[in-house]
Design a protein around this ligand. Structure first.
Ligand SMILES: C[S@@+](CC[C@H](N)C(=O)[O-])C[C@H]1O[C@@H](n2cnc3c(N)ncnc32)[C@H](O)[C@@H]1O
Length: 285
C-alpha cells in the first residue's frame, strides 16, 4: 500500500472497532493488513465510513458486513486499499513459455473444448492482453481453440480493461515492433488503443478470489496466471485460493505466480516444473 495521505490530520471518527474492521477486510478481500499500518488504514477508511454516515469504525464494519464486495461501498474500499499496478510485457518469461511450449502441448492433447487460460487478478487487462499478444505472435490465438479470461475484484479496472486504452507508461516494456503493430495512438499520444482483434480475444468478469464458489465456477481451466496478487494476501487467503486453484485446474494444469512470490512451502499440491526456460507450478492430481 502506498501512503498518499501521510501528514494529514487523523480523522475525527471514533476508532472503536478498527481491529474488527481490519479482520473483516482481510476476510473478505484476502488482504494482509499489518498492525504497524493501522494509522494509515484509519486515515484511508475514515472518509469512507463518514460517507456511509457511520460514527465509528465499528458501525462502518457492521454496515460492510451486510454488503457484497461488488457493491458500491466495498468497491470504495477496494479502490482505497488494493494495489492495481500492472503493465504490458511484465515478467514475460512464464508467458512466453506458455506460448512456446505449454499451449501448443495442450492444443495437441485437448479434444472437444478450447484451452482455457485465466488471469486471476488481471488489473486493467495488461496481463491477459500480453498473453493474447504472445499467442498471436506464435500463431495460436484462434477463437475456438483458445479462450482467455481476465478476472478482478476491482470493477473500475475491469471497465478500463474492456475499453483497452492505455497511457504510454503501461506499454513502456512492450517491444517497439509490437507496440507499432498492435497499438494506435489517440489524443495526440496521450492514450494507446489496443487492436480490436486482441481485445476480442479476452473476456473479462468480476471475481473476488475469496469467493470460493465463484472461483470454483471457473472450472475447467488449463492455466492460471495469478501474479502480484498473493504478495498482498494473508497466508490464510493464499492457502484457500491455492486450494480452489487446485480444484479448478484440469490435468495437466499449470499455475504461474510472480518471481517474488515463489513461496515453496505453500505449494504442497503443485510441483515446480521448468518449461521453455521458465518455472511454472504443475498440478499434482
Ligand atoms: C498488483 S495487481 C497485479 C496485476 C497483474 N496480475 C500483474 O501481475 O501485473 C493486483 C491485482 O489483483 C487484484 N486483486 C486483489 N485482491 C483481489 C481479490 N481478493 N480477488 C480478485 N482480485 C484481487 C487487484 O484488484 C489488482 O488488480
Amino acid at each position: 500500500m502506498q501512503d498518499t495521505t501521510a501528514g494529514t490530520a487523523p480523522d475525527a471518527i471514533a476508532k472503536t472497532g478498527l481491529p474488527l474492521l481490519e479482520s473483516l477486510i482481510s476476510e473478505r478481500l484476502g488482504l494482509r493488513l499489518k498492525p504497524e499500518k493501522r494509522d494509515y488504514l484509519a486515515r484511508k477508511l475514515a472518509p469512507l465510513a463518514r460517507e456511509q454516515g457511520a460514527a465509528s469504525f465499528l458501525a462502518y464494519c457492521r454496515f460492510l458486513q451486510r454488503e457484497p464486495t461488488e457493491g458500491a461501498a466495498w468497491q470504495r474500499v477496494v479502490e482505497a486499499l488494493v494495489v492495481r499496478e500492472s503493465r504490458f510485457w511484465r515478467e514475460m518469461g512464464p508467458i512466453l513459455a506458455l506460448a512456446q511450449e505449454v499451449v501448443p502441448m495442450l492444443l495437441r492433447q485437448r479434444r472437444g473444448r478450447p484451452v482455457r487460460l485465466w488471469s486471476a487478478g488481471c488489473a486493467c487487462g495488461e496481463e491477459p492482453y500480453s498473453l493474447a499478444l504472445a499467442l498471436q505472435e506464435a500463431g495460436l490465438l484462434r477463437p475456438r481453440a483458445v479462450e482467455i479470461i481476465g478476472t478482478d475484484v476491482n470493477l473500475s479496472c475491469l471497465q478500463e480493461a474492456r475499453a483497452a486504452r492505455y497511457p504510454l507508461r503501461a506499454i513502456r516494456d512492450l517491444p517497439e515492433e509490437l507496440r507499432e503493430r498492435y497499438f494506435v495512438a489517440e489524443d495526440g499520444g496521450k492514450r494507446y488503443r489496443l487492436q480490436e482483434a486482441i481485445v476480442r480475444a479476452v473476456s473479462f468478469r468480476y471475481l473476488n478470489l475469496l469467493d470460493r464458489e465463484g472461483t470454483i465456477r471457473m472450472a475447467p481451466v488449463d492455466v492460471i496466471l495469478c501474479r502480484n496478487v498473493f504478495i498482498y494476501f494473508s497466508p490464510a487467503a493464499i492457502a484457500s485460493t491455492l486450494e480452489a486453484f487446485h480444484a479448478v485446474l484440469d490435468v495437466p494444469g499449470y499455475l504461474t505466480v510472480a518471481a517474488a512470490e515463489c513461496l515453496a512451502r505453500q505449494y504442497g499440491r503443485f510441483r515446480l516444473v521448468q518449461m521453455a526456460g521458465a518455472y511454472l507450478y504443475e498440478k499434482e492430481p
